[in-house]
Unconditional design. Structure first.
Length: 451
C-alpha cells in the first residue's frame, strides 16, 4: 500500500495523536538543551580511549548518546530513570493482570513520563488499528523455505513492508528536517502495530503447518494479542508476554541491535531498513541468540543425568563445560556486574507461577551454584546470570518449545526501544555517524613516538 497525501492524513489520525503531541512538545525543549550544552561545553572530554578498547570492540568507550535508557554496572537497567521493579509497580496493567503493559514502556521511552491507563490504551488502539500484514509481505515469507531461520524470516518480513514507508516516500517528495520526527513517529507506530502479527505469522508458518490465527476481535493489548495469535491460550502466558516484551524493550545504545539501528538511521534510512538491520545484529549468537544456547545446554544437562541432576552432578557438568573451553550460557554480561534485574523479574514470575517446573528447578539450582564456580574459575568478570539465563525455561513451560523462535520475541520487544531512540536521533538532528579508524601501523608509530 502506498500512501498519497489524503490517505496519509487519514492514517495520521489513527496513530495515537495524543502521544504524538506530547512527544512533539518535548522535542524543541530537548533540542535547545542539547544546543546550549554543546555551545557551552562542546570541547569537554567525556572519554579517553585505550588500545585495549580500540581493539576490544570499543568496550566501555563513552562516544554516543542515547536518551531512552542506561545500564549501570551495579544497578542494572533504568528506563528513563526507572528500574524494572518500579516499572512493574507503576506502569498500567491489563484488566485483572499483574504485569506491566509493553505499550506503557513505549510511552515512557518516548516521553520520559509514566503514562496513564488511558494513554496506554490509546497506544493499544493505534497499534491494533495497523496490525494487518500486507499481502506482499506474506508472499515474500511464503517464498522462503519452511525451515528458514525465524530471524531470517523476521528481517525479510520487515524489509518487505518497507514498500509502505511514509518516511521514505516523503523524503523523496522533499520534506524538511523539521518534519522528520513526526513522520518517523508515524512510520514507527505502523511498524510496531504490525510486528506481533509478523511474528505470529512466522511462528505458525514454521511450526504449525501454516494454520494461522487471526488477531483477537476485542481490543486486547499488544502482548496478549501476540500470545493469542501464536495459539497459546493460557492467560498466564499472556501475562508472561507482557512482562517479557516490557523488560526486553531497551538496553541503552551500545548493544549491537540498538547501535546498528542508530548507525543505519544516521544515513536517514527509514525505520524499516533500520530495524531490519538491527534485527540482523540481534540474530547473532553473542546477542539475542543466547537464550537458545541456554536451553540447549540445559537439555544436554538433563540428558546426561536423565532428568534434574543432583547438586554434585551439576557442579561436575559445569566444570566439564568450563574445562573444555566453553562458557556457561546465560552467565556474564558486557556491562553488568550483578544479577541482571531482567533475570530477577523473570525469576519472581517463575516462583509465583511455575515453582515446580523441572526446567525452572534446574535454572534455580544453577543460580545457587554457577556464580561461586565462576568466581573460583577466575576468568569471568561477571559471574552472575543475565536475562537469557531465564527466559527459555518460561517459554518452554507454556509449550513454546521451538528455540529458534525465541529471538523473534526478543526482536518484537527490542523494536520499541530502538525505534524510540531513532525518533529522538532525528529529533535532535544527530548527524551521519562516521568515526575515524586507524591502522595497526599507525598505532605502532604513535606508541614509538610517545616512548
Amino acid at each position: 500500500m502506498r500512501y498519497d497525501t489524503d490517505s496519509t492524513q487519514v492514517v495520521e489520525k489513527t496513530l495515537n495523536p495524543g502521544l504524538k503531541s506530547r512527544l512533539m512538545a518535548k522535542i524543541p525543549v530537548m533540542q535547545a538543551e542539547v544546543r546550549d550544552l554543546l555551545k557551552a561545553h562542546g570541547d569537554f572530554k567525556i572519554s579517553d580511549v585505550t588500545l585495549s578498547q580500540a581493539y576490544g570492540g570499543m568496550r566501555g568507550v563513552k562516544c554516543m548518546v542515547t536518551e531512552t535508557s542506561a545500564v549501570d554496572p551495579m544497578e542494572g537497567i533504568r528506563f528513563r530513570g526507572y528500574t524494572i521493579p518500579e516499572l512493574r509497580e507503576k506502569l498500567p496493567k491489563a484488566p485483572g493482570g499483574e504485569e506491566p503493559l509493553p505499550e506503557g514502556v513505549f510511552n515512557l521511552l518516548l516521553t520520559g513520563e509514566i503514562p496513564s491507563a488511558e494513554e496506554v490504551f490509546a497506544t493499544t488502539l493505534a497499534w491494533r488499528k495497523h496490525e494487518t500484514l500486507p499481502e506482499h509481505a506474506k508472499e515474500a515469507l511464503d517464498r522462503l523455505p519452511i525451515d528458514a531461520h525465524p530471524m531470517t524470516q523476521f528481517s525479510i518480513g520487515i524489509l518487505a513492508m518497507q514498500y509502505d514507508s511514509l518516511f521514505a516516500n516523503k523524503y523523496r517528495e522533499g520534506m524538511t528536517k523539521t518534519e522528520y520526527p513526526e513522520v518517523l513517529y508515524d512510520d514507527s507506530m505502523i511498524l510496531l502495530g504490525r510486528l506481533p502479527q509478523l511474528a505470529a505469522y512466522i511462528y505458525r508458518r514454521s511450526y504449525h503447518n501454516g494454520v494461522h490465527i487471526p488477531p483477537a476481535e476485542t481490543n486486547m493489548d499488544w502482548g496478549g494479542n501476540l500470545a493469542h495469535m501464536m495459539g497459546v491460550p493460557n492467560e498466564k502466558f499472556k501475562e508472561l508476554m507482557r512482562l517479557y516484551l516490557t523488560i526486553h524493550a531497551d538496553h541503552e545504545g551500545g548493544n549491537v541491535s540498538a547501535h546498528t539501528t542508530h548507525l543505519v538511521g544516521s544515513a536517514l534510512s527509514d525505520p524499516y531498513l533500520c530495524l531490519s538491520a538491527g534485527m540482523n545484529g540481534l540474530a547473532g549468537p553473542l546477542h539475542g541468540l543466547a537464550n537458545q544456547e541456554v536451553l540447549r545446554w540445559i537439555v544436554d544437562l538433563k540428558n546426561r543425568f536423565d532428568g534434574v541432576p543432583t547438586r554434585d552432578q551439576m557442579v561436575e557438568f559445569i566444570w566439564e563445560t568450563l574445562n573444555s573451553g566453553q562458557v556457561i550460557p546465560g552467565y556474564g554480561h558486557a556491562v553488568l556486574r550483578k544479577t541482571d534485574p531482567r533475570y530477577t523479574a523473570q525469576r519472581e514470575f517463575a516462583l509465583k507461577h511455575l515453582e515446580d517446573d523441572e526446567n525452572f528447578r534446574i535454572v534455580h539450582m544453577l543460580y545457587d551454584v554457577v556464580p561461586g564456580i565462576l568466581q573460583e574459575h577466575g576468568k569471568a568478570k561477571n559471574p552472575w546470570p543475565n536475562v537469557d539465563a531465564h527466559s527459555g525455561c518460561l517459554l518452554v513451560h507454556y509449550g513454546v518449545t521451538e528455540y529458534d523462535f525465541y529471538t523473534v520475541l526478543f526482536g518484537v520487544s527490542r523494536a520499541m526501544g530502538v525505534l524510540s531512540s531513532l525518533i529522538w536521533d532525528r529529533s535532535l538532528r544527530l548527524p551521519l555517524e562516521r568515526p575515524k579508524s586507524v591502522t595497526t601501523g599507525w598505532v605502532k608509530q604513535q606508541v614509538n613516538i610517545k616512548e
